[in-house]
Design a protein around this ligand. Structure first.
Ligand SMILES: CC(C)(COP(=O)(O)OP(=O)(O)OC[C@H]1O[C@@H](n2cnc3c(N)ncnc32)[C@H](O)[C@@H]1OP(=O)(O)O)[C@@H](O)C(=O)NCCC(=O)NCCS
Length: 199
């Protein structure tokens, strides 16, 4: 595993960290405290038939990326963004242009399609997968193996294929992180993200 000791913007990266098989390509911003485990690939060309690849990859501070995870570069200038204090478990896939907030837990084998928005404090169970352009709201819990094809509201708990709500995850998450807003305020933020998303 390597740990980033200072914020660094690596321009035109194209290197292999020989000891660990870590591969980093393109323009990648790695914040202080990021931990990268063996065989992680960050910033390779987007898996998209239009292969424009201008976007950066940004990883926020203290985020951990476990083995064999793949994070693709964006197709647009806005890039692929991952927030701070996220924990991304082994074998996950985060496609081009996806935006992930802070304190998000991504369990092993999660597949996130392009242009998704995963808001802060959400928790994605093992092997869940997300249709491109899907939004997951703040503090939501997605069950293992869920196939998410519709937006998941803030603090919702969803399971199954196609994923459906089985209740609220709100009390637990709001208490754990002492979140400041009401549910309604989170819904408003979520709606503004959704309407921008397909513009
Ligand atoms: C989604 C989850 C949090 C629900 O937990 P819970 O609130 O305790 O829910 P329950 O176990 O009481 O189950 C409620 C119902 O949902 C169903 N259910 C729970 N998880 C499910 C899942 N992943 N897929 C399909 N159905 C599920 C249960 O069978 C139950 O159905 P029933 O009411 O018809 O009997 C949990 O099951 C889960 O998937 N956690 C993620 C585990 C994981 O990925 N861990 C990572 C380890 S590294």
């Amino acid at each position: 595993m390597i740990e980033i000791t200072d914020n660094q913007f690596i321009k035109n990266a194209n290197f292999l960290q020989k000891d660990f098989g870590i591969k980093i390509f393109g323009d990648v911003y790695l914040s202080k405290g990021v931990k990268i485990c063996p065989n992680v690939t960050i910033g390779c060309y987007p898996e998209h038939l239009f292969n424009g690849a201008k976007g950066i990859v940004f990883i926020g501070k203290n985020t951990t990326i476990r083995e064999n995870t793949v994070i693709s570069r964006g197709t647009t200038n806005s890039g692929t963004i991952i927030g701070s204090n996220c924990y991304i478990m082994n074998g996950s896939y985060i496609a081009h242009d996806t935006k992930i907030g802070d304190n998000v837990i991504i369990s092993s084998g999660v597949r996130i399609g392009g242009h998704c928005r995963i808001q802060s404090y959400s928790n994605l169970g093992m092997n869940s997968c997300f249709h491109q352009f899907t939004c997951v709201g703040t503090g939501a819990m997605v069950g293992m193996g869920a196939v998410v094809i519709k937006h998941v509201l803030p603090f919702q708990k969803v399971v199954g294929n196609p994923a459906k709500s089985i209740g609220s995850n709100g009390d637990y998450i709001r208490k754990k992180y002492q979140l400041p807003f009401t549910n309604e305020e989170y819904y408003e933020i979520f709606d503004s993200v959704k309407s921008k998303k397909r513009a």
